[in-house]
Design a binder for this molecule. Structure first.
Ligand SMILES: [Zn+2]
Ligand SMILES: [Zn+2]
Length: 359
């Protein structure tokens, strides 16, 4: 079968690789949709980062070359002898978290904080940019018939947004500001609105992304190129919003997110940074503000906690992934997709790769 394999920086190739083996507790999936993520781009442009370059990953034992793709779903075509809750023909999404099962975090049930943790599609264990993949049954979460099968690929990024919102300290009716409205920022806006945040302010320099932020629920948007966005937000919210989210990964947005939250407010950083930044700790201390970070979502035996909540909200329309899907491409075009997203001028948000249908 064919799979997009990371061989090294700026070297991803669609290779013919061995078909996955179905074990007693695993399910075999024809991958119908897989999203290209910002962290995939980081690996391509500057990696290996999460991908094990030299030392084998402690959970999978693998080093590059590894298959990529961690936001995906498809149709179950075979199940192992011990699998009970999933049937052939089901549409599933996959929670890609890998964990050791033995460290203090795994023993506490916080599998997403595992000391040796990783992700399918980055750390080995196959990837979603493949015609097929076998995963353990606890990682395969059924998607009901009334949710378009393609949305299975969007459950992962929406779970990132939901997890960030669940970790932040705000209540229904509280005000929120989101800095950066790329794919994850857009999921944070939707999850914050779903949690009752009102109003939600969004800050984004790119016109198309700012318009999309309004389309998915932001009550007011600001272009930081021509406006002092934190100043405007402080003014609108009578001295600062209850919670801010930093989803751009640069120094300015971290500083703005701290500056525009009220005293005792919560700042959640949802970005990965390419370099060290400077902040003013007194701005945190003097207002007794809380700054925290979130990376992913619950995994392992808790794989369905946030993934299941997102699927339910896709089904009842509380969350809408449709506006985020901007292109669909075949597996052979995947490197072009990466190059487009890394290029300067584009209106893409989420490019969906369709590995199975393109074979
Ligand atoms: Zn991702
Ligand atoms: Zn662990």
């Amino acid at each position: 079968m064919r799979s997009a394999v990371f061989h090294g920086r700026e070297n991803i190739q669609v290779d013919e690789i061995a078909e996955p083996v179905v074990e007693r507790d695993s399910v075999l999936i024809d991958v119908t949709a897989a999203g290209i993520c910002g962290s995939d781009l980081h690996e391509y442009a500057a990696g290996p980062i999460f991908i094990p370059g030299d030392a084998p990953h402690p959970v999978t034992g693998e080093t590059a070359p590894v298959s990529m793709g961690h936001e995906f779903g498809g149709e179950v075509i075979e199940i192992g002898d011990d699998v009970e809750d999933i049937a052939v023909g089901d549409t599933v999404t996959v929670n890609p978290i890998l964990y050791c099962g033995e460290c203090r975090y795994c023993e506490d049930g916080s599998y997403h904080l595992c000391e040796s943790g990783g992700f399918i599609g980055l750390s080995g264990g196959g990837g979603g940019f493949s015609e097929q993949i076998a995963v353990s049954s606890e990682q395969a979460i059924p998607v009901p018939d009334d949710v378009p099968a393609e949305y299975a690929a969007l459950v992962e990024p929406f779970s990132v947004g939901l997890h960030a919102v669940r970790n932040a300290a705000f209540s229904a009716g509280d005000s929120v500001a989101v800095y950066g409205t790329g794919p994850i920022g857009l999921t944070v806006i939707q999850a914050a609105k779903a949690a009752g945040a009102n109003p939600v302010y969004a800050v984004e320099p790119q016109d198309a992304r700012r318009e999309l932020a309004a389309e998915v629920g932001a009550d007011m948007t600001f272009n930081p190129i021509d406006t002092d966005a934190p100043e405007a937000i402080i003014e609108q919210s009578d001295g600062g919003v209850d919670a801010t989210f930093e989803v751009a990964g640069i120094e300015q947005t971290v500083r703005d997110a701290i500056r525009s939250v009220k005293n005792d407010g919560s700042v959640t950083i949802v970005s990965i940074f390419e370099e060290r930044i400077e902040i003013e700790p007194n701005e945190i201390v003097l207002g007794e503000r809380t700054v925290s970070g979130t990376l992913a979502y619950e995994g392992g035996p808790n794989s369905d906690v946030e993934f299941g909540a997102v699927i339910d909200m896709f089904a009842d329309g509380t969350l809408d992934p449709e506006p985020l899907i901007t292109s669909r491409i075949g597996l052979e075009e995947i490197v072009d997709g990466f190059e487009t997203l890394l290029g300067g001028e584009h209106d893409e948000i989420k490019i969906i790769v369709e590995p199975y249908s393109s074979h």
